[in-house]
Write a protein that binds this ligand. Sequence first.
Ligand code: NAD
Length: 326
Amino acid sequence: MKIAFYSTKPYDRIWFEPLGKEYGFDIQFIEYPFNKETVYLSRGSDAVCIFVNDYVDRELMDMLYEMKIQALLLRSAGFNHVDISAAKDKLHVLRVPSYSPEAVAEFAAALLLTVNRHTHKAYTRTRDFNMSIHGLMGRDLYGKVAGVVGTGKIGQAMVHILKGFGMRVLAYDPYTSDGVDAEYVALEELLERSNIISLHCPLTKETKHMINKKTIAKMQDSVYIINTSRGALIQTEDLIEGLVSKKIGGVGLDVYEEEEGIFYEDCSDEIMKDTVLARLTTFPNVVITSHMGFFTREAMQAIAIETLENAYAVENKLPLVNEVLP
Ligand code: NAD
C-alpha cells in the first residue's frame, strides 16, 4: 500500500518510518498540510494520512475519490476536521480512538497546576535571578470542586487525577458511564459549582462555543478553565471578556479555535496576524500550548501502530474496527 502522509514533522518519522517498513508500506512523507493546493501530491497513492489541522471537506473528499484513494487515515482520535458524511460509499475514514488518554489528562493537569501556581512565571523569574515570589500566590486544589465536561477516556483519566488532588469532582456527559468516581450533574449545575472546569468532550454542533458569555456568567468567580479538547468549544472573545472582568481567574489552553496554520509551526519571526490569539498571550494568567496534550513517547508509538494497523486492515479487507461512520 502506498500512503501519502501529510503534515509530517521530524517526530512523526521516528515512529512511522521503521514501522512502515515492517508493514511493507510505501510511505511518502509530505511536510505540507493537506489542502486544495497539496491534495494532488497524493495521486497514485492508495491511502492518505492526515493530522488534526488538515481539514477535509466534501470537495476534497470528492477529489480523493476521483484519485482512487481508498482510505483516509486519521492520526487522531477527534474527527471534527473531516466531513464524514462526504466519505460515505467512497472512502473509508479510520481514526485512532484511543492511544493514551492518560497523556492528555496528565497534560490538562499540568496546565491546571501551571495556571494555579504560576510555575511558567516562576521559571522565567529565577532564570533572571529574580527570586521575588510576589504575585505568584496560588490556591490549594485540595477540597475545591472540579467539573469535568465529557467523561470518555480522557475525562475519566482526568477525574482520577483530580481525585488524587483531593478535589470534589462533578461531571457532565449526556451519556454517563458506570464506575466514574464523580458526581454526575446537569451541565448548568457543574458550571455553577465548579472552581475549575476541564473540557473533555468532542467538538460537535451541540458543543461548539459551549463556553460563552452566558455560560461564563453562571460560573464561580475566579474560575479556572482548562481546554485540551478542541478550541471551538470556547467562544474566545467571550473568554477574553471574562478574563478582563476578572470573572475568570485563569485559563489553560492546549487548543484554539483558529489554530490551523499557526499551531505546530514556528511563527516566531512573523507578525502575528491573529489578534485574538495575540491578545490572549498578554494575560499573565493564561497559559497556551500548541495542541500537544497527546505528545508522549507512549502515545506517539501507539498512534503509529494503530494508524498502520488501520491501513493494514483496509489493504487486507479485514474488519475495519476503527472506521468512522456518519
Ligand atoms: P471519548 O469519545 O472517549 O469521550 C468523549 C466523551 O464526551 C464521551 O463520553 C461523550 O459521551 C461525551 N460527550 C459527547 N457530547 C457531549 C456533550 N455535549 N457534553 C458533554 N460531553 C459530551 O473521547 P476522548 O478520547 O476522551 O477525547 C476527548 C476529546 O479530547 C476528543 O474529542 C479530542 O477533541 C480531544 N483530544 C485532544 C488531544 C490533545 O492532544 N489535546 C488528544 C486527543 C484527544
